[in-house]
Design a protein around this ligand. Structure first.
Ligand SMILES: Cc1cc2nc3c(=O)[nH]c(=O)nc-3n(C[C@H](O)[C@H](O)[C@H](O)COP(=O)(O)O)c2cc1C
Length: 428
């Protein structure tokens, strides 16, 4: 048992992972200041020291106006990416590989609702197509602009440029932040994408943007630079509206293999940035935690707006309760559909779950997200040989309350915000 967990894996041309456990991308709130490399290092170096094979850095933004959180780091210039190199080196010194995840918030960039940023924004919110008429009242802070074909091509090129800078900074590879209702997801999803050019219409056309990004990454960063993607499968959308289906998700995974992506991470998503991708409790910290409440009031001074966001979180939390290993059917089906490595993520908490996924050949790498906030040393226990560990606890303290989730949209540090968990942790 557990042999696969410790078996190294080569992914694409530039990534060798020493074992099969990875830190899933969860926002660190490292921000965009000069100290962001140090802030990331505080999270990642300890994970690496405790044995994690691969760190996927939480989403960084490829455009100056596209961040979905004030705590997000910008990687839109070479200088901005290269300043992260010392952190990348520090992670490597501890034996782990590290990928940069890149994305853009599109219509859900923070200026859509975050008043202080909305008032400074230079241009409109960008997305695939104008929002449906009944969603328009939600986007009154900033005008929404459906990208022209040339603008789509510029975004494709930008992904390639950022990939080249990431390689220069020492990253082992890249993951496209193509789920979670972000810009690429807005192109993939028929709920948002109603374009009539070559980037809209059929599923094949909606997926064209990721095909061309893959090509752009190869052109700019080299065909061997590891490039990977998150694949939304069976998307949640309001009744009677179109959505990415199960079959389309699997079809996309197959195309991604054809187009040269080096791994896929199949995930459950919603057309809205709610807690579908982090199944668990209602993120009540937004109205219960004083620090968050105050920040929220400053970000969205209009009570109506706050109520809409709170209602979205409440409904999302009620509709998506925690289920252990909730993406299992997705990664198992994807594993049967492709021959590139498949990543498992979502509600994986115990060593037994990790080993069963790997030993059963249901996925090739297993990711853990939220639990690392409270326990950066968790990899040590997951990776320990059961017989020799002498450590009865092989799973995290995380109770999936989702109290960490609002911190990201408010630009706070990525951390555990559940007082009960923090208390247990501080007792050691
Ligand atoms: C606060 C927070 C921030 C997240 N940020 C990202 C992100 O930047 N990119 C991404 O692809 N997924 C993001 N996720 C989703 C995680 O990668 C992961 O898929 C999800 O938390 C489920 O795994 P878990 O149950 O082990 O936490 C985030 C999740 C949380 C809780």
């Amino acid at each position: 048992m557990g042999a696969t967990l410790h078996t190294p894996l080569q992914i694409g041309g530039t990534t060798t992972v020493r074992n099969r456990l990875y830190r899933a991308p969860v926002l660190e709130g490292a921000g965009d200041g000069d100290d962001c490399a140090d802030r990331y290092a505080k999270h990642f170096v300890e994970n690496a020291r405790h044995g994690v094979g691969l760190v996927i850095q939480g989403s960084s933004c490829i455009a100056s106006e596209g961040r979905s959180s004030p705590g997000m780091t910008l990687v839109h210039t070479r200088e901005r990416v290269l300043r992260l190199a010392p952190m990348v080196d520090a992670v490597h010194r501890e034996g782990a590989a590290i990928w940069l995840q890149i994305g853009h918030g599109g219509i859900f960039a923070m200026e859509a609702w975050h008043q202080p940023y909305a008032s400074q924004r230079q241009g409109p919110l960008v997305t695939a197509s104008p929002p449906r008429w009944w969603l328009k009242p939600l986007f009154r802070r900033a005008p929404v602009h459906a990208m022209s074909t040339d603008e789509v091509r510029a975004v494709i090129r930008k992904h390639g440029e950022v990939a080249a800078w990431a390689r220069e900074a020492g990253y082992d590879g890249l993951q496209l932040g193509s789920s979670n209702a972000k810009l690429l997801d807005q192109f993939l999803s028929p709920f948002w994408n109603r374009r009539t050019d070559e980037y809209g219409g059929s599923h094949r056309n909606r997926a064209r943007i990721v095909e061309e990004i893959r090509r752009s990454v190869a052109e700019h960063a080299g065909a061997d630079f590891t490039c990977t993607i998150k694949v939304p499968i069976d998307e949640h959308a309001p009744p009677l509206t179109p959505r990415t289906t199960w079959d389309e998700g699997l079809e996309l995974a197959r195309w991604c293999e054809e187009w040269g992506f080096d791994s896929v991470t199949p995930v459950e998503v919603s057309v809205f940035p709610d807690t579908t991708l982090t199944r668990g409790g209602v993120p009540r910290s937004l109205w219960d935690n004083k620090g968050m409440k105050d920040r929220f009031a400053k970000a969205a001074p209009r009570p109506f707006e706050r109520k809409v966001i709170e209602a979205g979180y409440w409904v999302g939390g009620k509709r998506a309760p925690f289920k252990p290993v909730w993406n299992r059917s997705r990664f198992e089906a994807t594993k049967r559909a492709v021959s590139i490595p498949v990543f498992a993520v979502g509600g994986i908490r115990t060593r037994a779950e990790v080993e069963a996924i790997l030993d059963g050949g249901h996925a090739d790498l297993v990711g853990i997200g939220r639990p690392f906030y409270a326990e950066p040393d968790l990899p040590r226990r997951i990776l320990a040989d059961s017989a020799a560990a002498g450590d009865p606890q092989d799973h995290g303290l995380c109770v999936n309350s989702n109290l960490c989730v609002p911190a990201q949209m408010l630009g706070m540090k990525g951390a555990c915000y559940n007082p009960a968990v923090v208390k247990v942790r501080s007792r050691g």
